[in-house]
Design a protein around this ligand. Structure first.
Ligand code: ADP
Ligand code: MG
Length: 324
């Protein structure tokens, strides 16, 4: 059964974050930065008092939409015309640079699969940056999966086809997302997917049409429980990690779970990933074609995963979504 979407909560004084709300986030960030030995400035740790109310009197902040490792995202109103926007806020020089890159990548994407970018502001005094974008109404795929008891086969098939169309589009633009996971995907009210968070995405240098797997990365990115097994290997990884991401989303949509509490050591996580393929093969309630496709996406060897040039990515259904 389709999940009903909860409406946005009405704004109340309680929704406006206070310094106390932000304290755990600030402490977490401080720890992460210290671990990475990065230079810190005082303003990295002190919440800018008026930030919860506006940026240059142009936006009014309403409520927290979510947060991730690098940022906090607020819903706000653009005061000049009342448009509802989402504002991603980062602080500290490293995070600001990443947000700038995210803005540039998103601006290249002329498609409804991604949020439209409206504005970008840097506050040099408080060392903060604000990426103003389209507010996507709906919920994260993470919440959607958590709130559904069993997702119907038709919905699983439709969502996977949409995700394939999105990855095909990104790879055709020579962009490797590098962080495909349910928290970075939104399901809108009419069940269309939108991909967010290009914070650690990479523009590939290779300009040849169909060999984007050539470029090898070594930076360890993404979230261990979702990430492709080769991310931690010394030989590096390619855009095939996004294909693994499709497989993981398929695994979760089919009811698979990630037991990271028990398997929090790197080797444990790796062992667990070996079972995903078999789990999909045993998920007989989805079509054989989809089972075969998802299980190859979950191949531990990236060379065995399909590329966006392969048969499944070029089926009529996926071409019709990409074309919209
Ligand atoms: N444009 C948007 N519209 C609605 N919600 C959003 C939007 N962008 C981000 N969010 C929410 O904020 C969360 C964090 O955003 P994300 O870009 O993933 O930040 P991070 O890079 O810190 O992980 C998302 O999981 C989502 O819940
Ligand atoms: Mg994120």
């Amino acid at each position: 059964m389709r999940k009903k979407y909860s409406k946005n909560k009405a704004q109340s004084a309680k929704d406006i974050p206070t310094l106390q709300d932000e304290a755990p986030l600030i402490m977490k960030k401080r720890k992460n930065l210290l671990r990475k030995n990065l230079t810190l400035s005082l303003t990295d740790f002190i919440a800018k008092p008026e930030e919860t109310y506006d940026i240059n009197n142009e936006y009014k902040f309403l409520e927290k939409l979510g947060f991730g490792t690098y940022s906090q995202v607020q819903r706000a109103t653009r005061l000049k015309d009342g448009t509802s926007v989402a504002i991603k806020i980062c602080s500290g020089s490293t995070s600001i640079e990443l947000l700038k890159k995210e803005k540039l990548l998103l601006e290249e994407l002329d498609s409804e699969f991604f949020p439209q970018i409206f504005d970008f502001k840097v506050d040099k005094v408080w060392n903060k940056a604000y990426l103003v974008m389209e507010h996507i109404k709906g919920e994260t795929l993470d919440n959607y999966i958590r709130n559904c008891c069993k997702i119907p086969k038709e919905i699983i098939e439709d969502l996977i086809c949409q995700l394939c169309a999105i990855i095909k589009y990104l790879h055709s633009k020579k962009i490797c997302h590098r962080d495909i996971k349910p928290e970075n995907i939104m399901v809108t009210e009419n069940m269309t997917l939108r991909v967010l968070d290009f914070n650690i995405s990479k523009k590939l240098k290779n300009t040849q049409e169909d060999i984007i797997r050539d470029e090898v990365f070594y930076t360890q990115v993404s979230t261990p429980k979702y990430s492709a097994p080769e991310i931690t290997s010394k030989s590096g990884y390619t855009s095939a990690i996004d294909i693994w991401g499709i497989g993981i989303i398929g695994y979760l949509l089919c009811g698979g779970s990630l037991t990271t509490e028990e398997f929090n050591e790197a080797e444990g996580i790796y062992q667990e990933k070996k079972y995903f393929k078999q789990y999909i093969q045993d998920s007989h309630f989805i079509s054989k074609d989809l089972r075969d496709f998802l299980s190859t996406c979950l191949s531990l060897d990236p060379a065995e995963r399909p590329t966006t040039k392969s048969h499944f990515f070029n089926s009529d259904i996926i071409n019709s979504i990409v074309g919209t």
